[in-house]
Design a protein around this ligand. Structure first.
Ligand code: AGP
Length: 609
């Protein structure tokens, strides 16, 4: 996600803005705008914040009210033109925005019809031109009216040359907090951006617009109903504030999953809920129809997500899918068929093995369609088409939200492929999309019931285990692989994963009463087979933790412990079971005193072979 900051008062506005931007993790460009006698002055830069600071040192700007932005690109590559703040045509109104505007194309086209010229490729720029359209002197009213026609998510900061004593902010989806000082006020995407100056804050709620003046605020909803928000005192220290109060980035990012899955879906589902819109990924319907085979290639967690993608695409879009680890693909002389589609999966978009695999496939004529989280990354730039995960920056080395948004991206891709190839009826697609829309709230439900997971992770027989198996079948074999990787990389417990049906072909020799065996067994077509595998483990005194569907009492007879997930459409269970697996790994690791966010020997992006 990007980050927004704002200030109004007697301090050095640019200093306050830049200090706030430094607290926002992960960005590709930044900028500030301040209101002064000359109008609205802005400075923007590409890359690190230090570049902005250097430009500000060379061309200082000042003013009593201002806004700032650290951009994590979602629409439009990272460059100065796409960096925020964005301006109206008269350069009198400036905005900073965090979020995704779902209907920005239709808004952009309508504004262009009215003669508006756009400068950037961003969805955000539509907002400033809409505000200008409704502006008649009252900035608060103009923002309120402009947002009534907008769909999507925003944390928005707005300033105007003609309203030098006002900062207007608004929130829908993306977080936004307002802080109060002595005859001054602050705004930020999260409290870490303003906690240096104030601990008395208001968290705006969805659909609210707030006019900030030095001596107080006015809050209304979009319909103009007044709201009296609660002022709370935040007593986090600086480090906790950076993690939104969580002890580690990993736990913060696990809890971001309901919202980031919504971001992955945002703007992708038709209003009637019957179809998917991936028309912007630069792969034509003809190319989809002509495709004889898909190759999915990735590393680590991204490879696990790609495996779920393989199961989904073959089952619902009926296209053969090959799955490869990038480090193997690039050296095994793969056969790349004409018109085949090659799908690299990468959170960072910089993984060396994945990059080399792309170059090999491209050299042999494949069409490259990437699933990636980082806009403007090497993978994105070297692909013909891209599906962005929209997960925002993932700071913790252990991938969590990147995994679930990658799997969600594969669900969207599967539906889109099936739509084009005619392998699903409209009713089947509608049913799948209905299940898809319930995912964020189901993930939230698991997050709100994590005490059993925490308790399990504290049991010495699990916390102090020397080794662990993770078992799963079909869609949930990749879940087992991901659960094993999470546990081993943050707690250093040796863990390996097998398909449930494979254990009897050798690994079962290792089953003793000291071996922890996590069995992923939600309700589904292969549930009975999985229970048989669990029985075989239990018969040899293995320590079984089952991940099962709420209401399944049957499985308790063969398990030492059971962690439950809400009922879930089987093809989407990998997204839901990932949550208890992530939390189990996290709590075992913290119980063992491990450095969860920076595990030994690991890097966030493996840019070397
Ligand atoms: C997973 O928790 C690890 N961080 C690692 O396996 C990671 O998924 C792998 O290195 C691939 O990274 P990428 O998605 O950025 O390409």
């Amino acid at each position: 996600m990007s980050g927004v900051v704002g200030y109004i008062g007697d301090k050095n506005t640019v200093e306050v803005l830049v200090a706030g931007l430094h607290r926002i993790k992960g960005h590709d460009s930044a900028g500030v705008a301040v209101v002064n006698d000359q109008g609205v002055s802005a400075v923007k830069s590409l890359g690190k914040l230090e570049n902005l600071e250097a430009k500000l040192a060379a061309q200082p700007v000042s003013g009593a009210v201002g806004i700032g932005h650290a951009r994590w690109a979602t629409h439009g590559v990272p460059n100065e033109t796409n960096a925020h703040p964005h301006f109206d045509a008269a350069d009198e109104i400036a905005i900073v925005h965090n979020g995704i505007i779902e209907n920005y194309q239709e808004l952009r086209e309508a504004l262009q019809q009215e003669g508006v010229t756009f400068r950037s490729q961003t969805d955000s720029e539509t907002l400033v031109h809409l505000i200008r359209k409704y502006y008649t002197g009252d900035l608060f009213k103009a923002v309120q009216q402009a947002l009534q026609g907008v769909k999507g998510a925003w944390a928005l900061g707005v300033v105007c040359k003609n309203n030098p004593d006002v900062l207007v902010v608004a929130r829908q989806g993306s977080p936004l907090v307002v802080g109060f000082g002595e005859n001054e006020a602050f705004m930020g995407s999260d409290v870490s951006a303003i906690i240096k100056y104030t601990r008395d804050v208001v968290y705006l709620d969805h659909g609210q617009v707030c006019e900030i003046r030095c001596d107080g605020i006015k809050v209304e909803d979009l319909a103009g109903n007044a709201v009296t928000p609660e002022v709370i005192h935040v007593d986090w220290d600086d480090s906790a504030a950076e993690k939104d109060g969580f002890p580690h980035f990993m736990l913060k990012e696990i809890h971001q999953q309901p919202e980031v899955i919504r971001s992955t879906l945002r703007g992708r589902i038709s209003d009637d809920g019957c179809s998917i819109n991936l028309s912007d990924i630069n792969i034509s319907e003809e190319e989809i129809k002509a495709c004889p085979r898909i190759s999915i290639v990735a590393c680590g967690t991204s490879w696990h997500a790609g495996m779920v993608g393989k199961y989904l695409i073959e089952r619902f879009a009926k296209i053969p899918v090959e799955l490869d680890l990038a480090s193997e693909y690039r050296y095994r002389d793969p056969i790349v068929e004409e018109n085949s589609i090659f799908i690299p999966v990468s959170q960072s978009g910089e993984t060396a093995d994945t990059m080399e695999a792309i170059r090999l496939a491209k050299s042999q004529g494949a069409k490259i369609l990437a699933v990636v989280n980082t806009v403007g990354s090497s993978v994105a730039r070297e692909s013909h088409g891209v599906i962005y995960q929209q997960a925002g920056p993932e700071i913790s080395i252990a991938s969590t939200k990147a995994y679930t948004t990658q799997v969600t991206s594969f669900v969207l891709l599967t539906l889109w492929l099936a739509q084009i190839r005619g392998t699903m009826t409209q009713d089947q697609a509608k049913e799948m999309i209905e299940h898809l829309r319930t995912l964020p709230e189901k993930v939230q439900a698991v997050l709100e019931n994590q005490d059993p997971i925490k308790a399990l992770a504290g049991k010495p027989k699990y916390r102090d285990a020397q080794s662990a198996f993770f078992l799963g079948r079909d869609y949930n074999y990749p879940s087992a692989l991901e659960g094993a990787l999470k546990l081993k990389e943050v707690s250093y417990i040796h863990a390996e994963a097998y398909p449930g049906g494979e254990v009897k072909h050798g690994p079962i020799a290792l089953v003793t009463n000291e071996l922890m065996v996590v069995c992923v067994a939600p309700q589904g077509n292969i549930y009975d087979k999985m229970v048989s595998n669990i029985q075989a483990i239990k018969a040899r005194a293995g320590l079984v933790i089952s991940i099962a569907t709420e209401g399944d009492d049957n499985i308790q007879a063969y398990s030492d412990d059971v962690l439950y997930i809400p009922e879930c459409y089987e093809p989407f269970t990998p997204i839901l079971v990932a949550i208890p697996l992530q939390l189990f790994a996290y709590y075992v690791a913290t119980n063992r005193g491990c450095d969860v966010d920076q595990p030994r020997n690991l890097a966030k992006s493996v840019i070397v072979e």
